[in-house]
Design a protein around this ligand. Structure first.
Ligand SMILES: [Zn+2]
Length: 210
Protein backbone atom coordinates (compact mmCIF):
# COMPACT_ATOMS: atom_id res chain seq x y z
CA UNK A 1 0.00 0.00 0.00
CA UNK A 2 1.28 3.48 -0.77
CA UNK A 3 1.05 6.09 1.99
CA UNK A 4 -1.66 7.87 0.04
CA UNK A 5 -3.72 4.76 -0.46
CA UNK A 6 -6.31 4.10 2.19
CA UNK A 7 -7.48 1.09 0.22
CA UNK A 8 -10.94 2.50 -0.30
CA UNK A 9 -11.13 3.05 -4.06
CA UNK A 10 -11.23 0.28 -6.63
CA UNK A 11 -8.39 1.84 -8.63
CA UNK A 12 -6.27 2.03 -5.49
CA UNK A 13 -6.96 -1.61 -4.71
CA UNK A 14 -6.04 -2.70 -8.24
CA UNK A 15 -2.83 -0.66 -8.08
CA UNK A 16 -2.08 -2.21 -4.71
CA UNK A 17 -2.55 -5.75 -6.05
CA UNK A 18 -0.27 -5.03 -9.00
CA UNK A 19 2.33 -3.70 -6.61
CA UNK A 20 2.16 -6.79 -4.39
CA UNK A 21 2.39 -9.08 -7.42
CA UNK A 22 5.51 -7.24 -8.59
CA UNK A 23 7.12 -7.26 -5.15
CA UNK A 24 10.80 -8.23 -5.35
CA UNK A 25 12.11 -11.13 -3.30
CA UNK A 26 14.20 -10.67 -0.16
CA UNK A 27 17.27 -11.83 -2.14
CA UNK A 28 16.62 -9.15 -4.73
CA UNK A 29 16.24 -6.51 -1.99
CA UNK A 30 19.54 -7.61 -0.42
CA UNK A 31 21.23 -7.50 -3.84
CA UNK A 32 19.98 -3.94 -4.26
CA UNK A 33 21.63 -2.94 -0.95
CA UNK A 34 24.84 -4.61 -2.09
CA UNK A 35 24.68 -2.58 -5.32
CA UNK A 36 24.32 0.60 -3.27
CA UNK A 37 27.36 -0.36 -1.16
CA UNK A 38 29.44 -0.95 -4.29
CA UNK A 39 28.19 2.34 -5.74
CA UNK A 40 29.46 4.11 -2.57
CA UNK A 41 32.90 2.69 -3.31
CA UNK A 42 32.66 0.00 -0.66
CA UNK A 43 33.60 -3.64 -0.84
CA UNK A 44 30.52 -5.64 0.28
CA UNK A 45 32.70 -8.71 0.89
CA UNK A 46 34.81 -7.14 3.64
CA UNK A 47 34.10 -8.48 7.11
CA UNK A 48 32.17 -5.52 8.48
CA UNK A 49 29.80 -5.42 5.54
CA UNK A 50 29.25 -9.07 4.83
CA UNK A 51 25.90 -9.20 6.64
CA UNK A 52 24.91 -5.59 6.02
CA UNK A 53 22.51 -6.20 3.10
CA UNK A 54 20.53 -8.71 5.19
CA UNK A 55 20.56 -6.36 8.19
CA UNK A 56 19.41 -3.40 6.12
CA UNK A 57 16.53 -5.38 4.65
CA UNK A 58 15.48 -6.53 8.15
CA UNK A 59 15.66 -2.94 9.39
CA UNK A 60 13.46 -1.74 6.54
CA UNK A 61 11.03 -4.53 7.26
CA UNK A 62 10.61 -2.95 10.69
CA UNK A 63 10.59 0.68 9.46
CA UNK A 64 7.85 -0.15 6.96
CA UNK A 65 5.83 -2.65 8.99
CA UNK A 66 2.79 -0.39 8.68
CA UNK A 67 2.10 -1.48 5.09
CA UNK A 68 0.88 -4.83 6.38
CA UNK A 69 -1.50 -3.28 8.92
CA UNK A 70 -5.02 -1.88 8.84
CA UNK A 71 -4.96 1.11 11.23
CA UNK A 72 -8.76 1.48 11.24
CA UNK A 73 -9.10 -2.07 12.60
CA UNK A 74 -7.18 -0.97 15.71
CA UNK A 75 -10.18 1.20 16.61
CA UNK A 76 -12.75 -1.58 16.33
CA UNK A 77 -13.15 -2.23 20.03
CA UNK A 78 -14.62 0.68 21.95
CA UNK A 79 -16.11 1.32 25.38
CA UNK A 80 -19.36 3.10 26.12
CA UNK A 81 -19.37 2.92 29.91
CA UNK A 82 -17.64 6.19 30.72
CA UNK A 83 -20.26 7.72 33.07
CA UNK A 84 -21.31 10.25 30.47
CA UNK A 85 -17.77 11.62 30.00
CA UNK A 86 -18.03 13.83 26.95
CA UNK A 87 -14.99 16.11 27.05
CA UNK A 88 -11.79 16.03 25.04
CA UNK A 89 -9.60 12.92 25.34
CA UNK A 90 -5.98 13.69 24.51
CA UNK A 91 -2.85 11.63 24.21
CA UNK A 92 0.08 13.97 24.52
CA UNK A 93 3.75 13.77 23.53
CA UNK A 94 3.75 10.48 21.65
CA UNK A 95 7.14 9.63 20.19
CA UNK A 96 6.86 9.51 16.39
CA UNK A 97 9.35 7.71 14.14
CA UNK A 98 8.83 7.70 10.39
CA UNK A 99 10.85 7.90 7.16
CA UNK A 100 10.56 10.55 4.50
CA UNK A 101 9.48 9.29 1.13
CA UNK A 102 11.83 11.66 -0.69
CA UNK A 103 15.15 10.61 0.87
CA UNK A 104 14.30 7.49 2.94
CA UNK A 105 15.81 9.07 6.05
CA UNK A 106 14.19 9.41 9.48
CA UNK A 107 11.54 11.90 10.48
CA UNK A 108 11.61 11.99 14.30
CA UNK A 109 9.29 13.92 16.52
CA UNK A 110 6.30 14.15 18.77
CA UNK A 111 2.62 13.75 18.06
CA UNK A 112 -0.38 14.95 20.05
CA UNK A 113 -3.74 13.35 19.29
CA UNK A 114 -7.13 14.29 20.71
CA UNK A 115 -10.74 13.50 20.01
CA UNK A 116 -14.10 14.59 21.35
CA UNK A 117 -16.01 11.37 21.98
CA UNK A 118 -19.54 10.73 20.84
CA UNK A 119 -20.44 8.19 23.56
CA UNK A 120 -17.74 5.72 22.49
CA UNK A 121 -14.11 5.87 23.59
CA UNK A 122 -11.12 3.69 22.69
CA UNK A 123 -8.26 2.36 24.77
CA UNK A 124 -5.74 5.20 24.67
CA UNK A 125 -2.84 3.05 23.48
CA UNK A 126 -4.85 2.48 20.28
CA UNK A 127 -4.36 6.10 19.24
CA UNK A 128 -0.60 5.67 19.51
CA UNK A 129 -0.81 2.45 17.51
CA UNK A 130 -2.79 4.18 14.74
CA UNK A 131 0.01 6.76 14.57
CA UNK A 132 2.67 4.00 14.44
CA UNK A 133 0.83 2.12 11.74
CA UNK A 134 0.85 5.13 9.41
CA UNK A 135 4.31 6.31 10.54
CA UNK A 136 5.85 2.93 9.70
CA UNK A 137 5.50 3.63 6.00
CA UNK A 138 7.30 6.07 3.72
CA UNK A 139 5.73 9.39 4.48
CA UNK A 140 5.49 13.11 4.23
CA UNK A 141 4.59 14.75 7.53
CA UNK A 142 1.57 16.42 5.93
CA UNK A 143 0.18 13.10 4.68
CA UNK A 144 0.84 11.35 7.98
CA UNK A 145 -0.97 14.06 9.97
CA UNK A 146 -4.02 13.96 7.70
CA UNK A 147 -4.12 10.15 7.61
CA UNK A 148 -4.13 9.82 11.40
CA UNK A 149 -6.94 12.38 11.77
CA UNK A 150 -9.02 10.91 8.93
CA UNK A 151 -8.62 7.36 10.18
CA UNK A 152 -9.77 8.20 13.72
CA UNK A 153 -12.64 10.33 12.43
CA UNK A 154 -13.85 7.63 10.04
CA UNK A 155 -13.39 4.60 12.26
CA UNK A 156 -14.48 6.02 15.62
CA UNK A 157 -16.92 8.72 14.43
CA UNK A 158 -16.23 11.10 17.32
CA UNK A 159 -17.46 14.71 17.31
CA UNK A 160 -14.01 15.82 16.23
CA UNK A 161 -10.33 14.91 15.99
CA UNK A 162 -7.18 17.00 16.41
CA UNK A 163 -3.66 15.93 15.47
CA UNK A 164 -0.47 17.96 15.83
CA UNK A 165 2.91 16.60 14.79
CA UNK A 166 6.16 18.43 15.57
CA UNK A 167 9.10 16.68 13.93
CA UNK A 168 12.64 17.00 12.65
CA UNK A 169 13.46 15.74 9.18
CA UNK A 170 16.95 14.30 8.94
CA UNK A 171 16.95 15.10 5.22
CA UNK A 172 17.03 18.71 6.36
CA UNK A 173 19.07 18.44 9.59
CA UNK A 174 21.92 16.16 8.44
CA UNK A 175 22.10 16.94 4.73
CA UNK A 176 20.89 19.54 2.22
CA UNK A 177 20.43 22.83 4.05
CA UNK A 178 21.80 21.40 7.37
CA UNK A 179 19.48 23.22 9.73
CA UNK A 180 19.65 21.07 12.87
CA UNK A 181 17.33 23.06 15.10
CA UNK A 182 14.43 23.35 12.72
CA UNK A 183 11.29 21.38 13.39
CA UNK A 184 8.16 21.24 11.29
CA UNK A 185 4.69 21.50 12.76
CA UNK A 186 1.61 20.16 11.01
CA UNK A 187 -1.97 20.01 12.24
CA UNK A 188 -5.19 18.41 11.14
CA UNK A 189 -8.60 19.18 12.67
CA UNK A 190 -12.01 17.67 12.00
CA UNK A 191 -15.52 18.39 13.29
CA UNK A 192 -15.70 20.28 16.57
CA UNK A 193 -11.98 21.08 16.49
CA UNK A 194 -12.57 22.92 13.21
CA UNK A 195 -15.73 24.69 14.35
CA UNK A 196 -14.99 25.47 18.01
CA UNK A 197 -12.10 27.83 18.44
CA UNK A 198 -12.01 27.43 22.24
CA UNK A 199 -11.75 23.66 21.97
CA UNK A 200 -8.99 23.96 19.37
CA UNK A 201 -7.12 26.47 21.57
CA UNK A 202 -7.35 24.09 24.55
CA UNK A 203 -5.82 21.33 22.41
CA UNK A 204 -3.06 23.61 21.12
CA UNK A 205 -2.37 24.85 24.66
CA UNK A 206 -2.00 21.28 25.93
CA UNK A 207 0.21 20.39 22.96
CA UNK A 208 2.44 23.38 23.65
CA UNK A 209 2.92 22.22 27.24
CA UNK A 210 4.04 18.80 25.99
ZN1 LIG B 1 13.27 14.05 2.83
Amino acid sequence: MTPYDNGSSKAAKAANERQIAARPTRDEAEAAVETLLRWMGESPTREGLIDTPARVVRAWEEFCSGYGEDPAALLNSTFEEVEGYDDMVMLRSIRMESHCEHHLVPILGTAHIAYLPDRRVVGISKLARVLDSFAHRLQTQETLTAQVADCIQTALQPRGVAVLIDAQHQCMTTRGVHKPDVSMVTTSFTGAFQDDRDLRDRFLGEARRG
